[in-house]
Design a protein around this ligand. Structure first.
Ligand SMILES: Nc1ncnc2c1ncn2[C@@H]1O[C@H](COP(=O)(O)OP(=O)(O)OP(=O)(O)O)[C@@H](O)[C@H]1O
Length: 334
């Protein structure tokens, strides 16, 4: 339903978006993930028609809208800070866009009440925005953006000003809403965990270019590039090389069938390593308590390995432990 083909954009004569292509099917929660300043907001503005690309094409439902301005595309966008009219009630804020396009009063009432109910803010209908919490205001902005019934919605870090538990709650609520209404959402974030939890597809952007794209599982467990594995904090990366279908590294030898000869990086998930008390193998150098598990850093032959440890027995920094690595590890060659 949404497609970008080799889209490029310069701002202040600097390339900000460079030949970006992707396709978002209908009903997909598609996240644009990347560091600050990497061009995520610019990409959303290009989709909304708030910026015009120098090169490339933007297609909506197969129609080329590259030259169509924002007013002609009418794609709702939700920003980090809720932008509500301060002098209108919650109801009036949500109804506003519907009145301007000529909906009749009965239909507006039904739509506003339905959205208030879905977002669990029916009791706020008559309140003024200034009397609401940040999370409540953001719920109202989401209701207002969804009101005209667009099947495509753009969201630019919509939860980043909220505290972590509210952020998770609202994220899950938006995800449920997106599924129920079969919305196509283009969601911008720099938060890897948020992207992994909410997305159907992730586009990883780096310095204005697509570094890699795929499902959360693909990018986290089977990244094609080292840079992706690093960004996703996918696990322990161990350098080595492949010779005759065997990967050699400081931690030992691992099968590497079908992998080309030469340098490679092994990816060992933190939860893929078993650690038991013992007097050989590794030395604990750091312990971070995470609640359900703990992250333990162990030096094995001078290689630091992070381990996700569910065994909550006594453990202290400086202690020696035995380490069991998986028999097979995933290898990255680019
Ligand atoms: N109007 C502008 N004029 C000149 N440069 C700009 C303009 N807007 C953004 N930029 C630059 O373009 C680059 C990309 O900015 P953009 O806001 O798209 O990044 P982002 O990934 O959304 O960042 P963040 O996560 O910090 O919001 C940055 O280097 C930024 O300084």
């Amino acid at each position: 339903m949404l497609e970008l083909v080799n889209v490029s954009k310069k701002l202040n004569r600097q390339p900000v978006i460079q030949s970006v292509s992707f396709r978002t099917p209908k009903g997909c929660f598609h996240t644009i993930l990347g560091d600050s300043g990497t061009g995520k907001t610019t990409l959303l503005k290009l989709i909304a028609g708030l910026e015009k690309p120098e090169e490339g094409r933007i297609l909506l439902e197969g129609r080329d809208v590259t030259a169509v301005p924002a007013e002609g595309r009418r794609i709702p966008m939700i920003f980090q800070q809720p932008l509500l009219f301060p002098h209108l009630t919650v109801y009036q804020n949500i109804a506003f866009g519907l009145e301007t396009v000529g909906w009749d009063r009965g239909k507006i009432g039904e739509q506003v009440k339905a959205l208030l109910a879905v977002l669990q803010i029916s009791e706020l209908e008559c309140r003024m925005p200034g009397t609401l919490s940040g999370g409540q205001q953001q719920r109202v902005s989401i209701a207002r953006a969804l009101a005209p019934g667009s099947s495509l919605v753009l969201m630019d870090e919509p939860f980043s000003s909220l505290d972590p538990s509210l952020r998770r709650e609202l994220g899950q609520q938006v995800k449920t809403l997106q599924r129920q209404m079969n919305l196509t959402v283009i969601f911008v974030t720099h938060d890897v965990t948020e992207a992994l939890q909410l997305s159907d597809e992730i586009l990883l952007l780096k310095e204005g270019k697509v570094l890699e794209s795929g499902t959360p599982k693909e990018l986290y467990e089977r990244p094609k590039k080292r840079a992706t594995a690093r960004f996703m904090e996918a696990g322990n990366l161990v350098e080595g090389s492949v010779a005759q279908e065997v990967f050699h590294c400081a931690l030992g030898r691992f099968p590497a069938e079908g992998i080309p000869e030469g340098p490679a990086t092994g990816l060992i998930p933190e939860r893929g390593i078993v650690m038991t008390p013992g007097d050989a193998g590794g030395r604990v150098t750091d312990i971070r308590y995470m609640g359900k598990s703990r992250r333990v850093k162990v030096l094995v032959d001078d290689i630091p390995l992070w381990i996700d440890d569910n065994f909550h027995g006594d453990l202290s920094v400086g202690q020696t432990v035995e380490i069991e690595l998986p028999r097979r590890i995933y290898l990255i060659v680019s």
